[in-house]
Design a protein around this ligand. Sequence first.
Ligand code: PSV
Ligand code: MN
Ligand code: MN
Length: 388
Amino acid sequence: MPDITAVRTALAEQRVETPSWGYGNSGTRFKVFAQPGVPRTPREKLDDAAKVHEFTGVTPRVALHIPWDRVDDYAALAAHAKDRGLELGAINANVFQEDDYRLGSVCHPDAAVRRKALAHLMECVDIMDATGSRDLKLWFADGTNYPGQDDITARQDRLAEALGAVYERLGEGQRMLLEYKFFEPAFYTTDVPDWGTAYAHCLKLGDKAQVVVDTGHHAPGTNIEFIVAVLLREGKLGGFDFNSRFYADDDLMVGAADPFQLFRILREVVKNGGLDPAAGVAFMLDQCHNIEAKIPAIIRSVMNVQEATAKALLVDDEALAAAQEEGDVLAANAVLMDAYNTDVRPLLAQVREEKGLNPDPVAAYRASGWQERITAERVGGEQAGWGA
Ligand code: PSV
Ligand code: MN
Ligand code: MN
């Protein structure tokens, strides 16, 4: 049986990074429903993130998105984060929201557009220098819509050239995390559509380049835990963008659509040493809260990651190995299902109490008065939103 003290310690030490854009308004292409009290500035996003950390105790890092979080003084923003007990996390680049990028960014057929995109990526590394961020997260909307529109391998060459230049620019202790997504906004080819393509580029680049697995970026039925196991085995799993999908890149709360899949993913993480902070696997959320209250949704999401992790930690490895060795298919499966079917909420409540936290972070947030305060105080000005 797993050592319960070690399980509690692992849970107390796990960190989940929250995304600045999850605190702002978001929606679909049909409608953005604005919510009262939503932050108007990157600093206000950090103020909300500090509340999430106050009640969960495990979310000290906040990912930024440039240009949505562009400020004049990034060191001052990092100081604001520090004042609130936070650190700035991954810097997410954005080379997909300008007219110039209609045919792509770093893979664009026009060298002038490629240079512009590369300059933005370099700017993101400058920002990392100022904020002390470790990770540059790269997601490219690049691709084509029609057969013949552009040359598939030429686009790979352009991608490799840009990635190589950014890689050279990375400083000591900085990493590049390359994200893949099977389609959207490109519908025929995507230039980084899958983990294999991301892995091939990262392998050539070197140790500072790793793959990030966004759970929403796979075709239905994809065995994501297999990808996770393989990337960990190769030392190339840089982190996760957690969220839930029912249909495409839905960006719903992690663990909402398929908690069993999340458990299976975290089982591979735990089993293959990915929970050890030394493994460098970043557990990030990449979500948007379009119709639900944002701060409690982020707290709920963090709790969902913790619950899946707790279940993964409870797998009886000895019993599992014995069943596997005997070829006892049903017994092996039952060991995993026993862990999955365990109610870990009391265990996590205990872990929180040991940290001096309220065992119910959502209730504690609701009782804190923060939502009422920001609703009253954040009037005037423009609310932050996905894309602004
Ligand atoms: C777009 O698909 C996306 O959701 C990617 O997952 C990025 O990580 C995120 O936006 C932020 O740029
Ligand atoms: Mn993502
Ligand atoms: Mn996405």
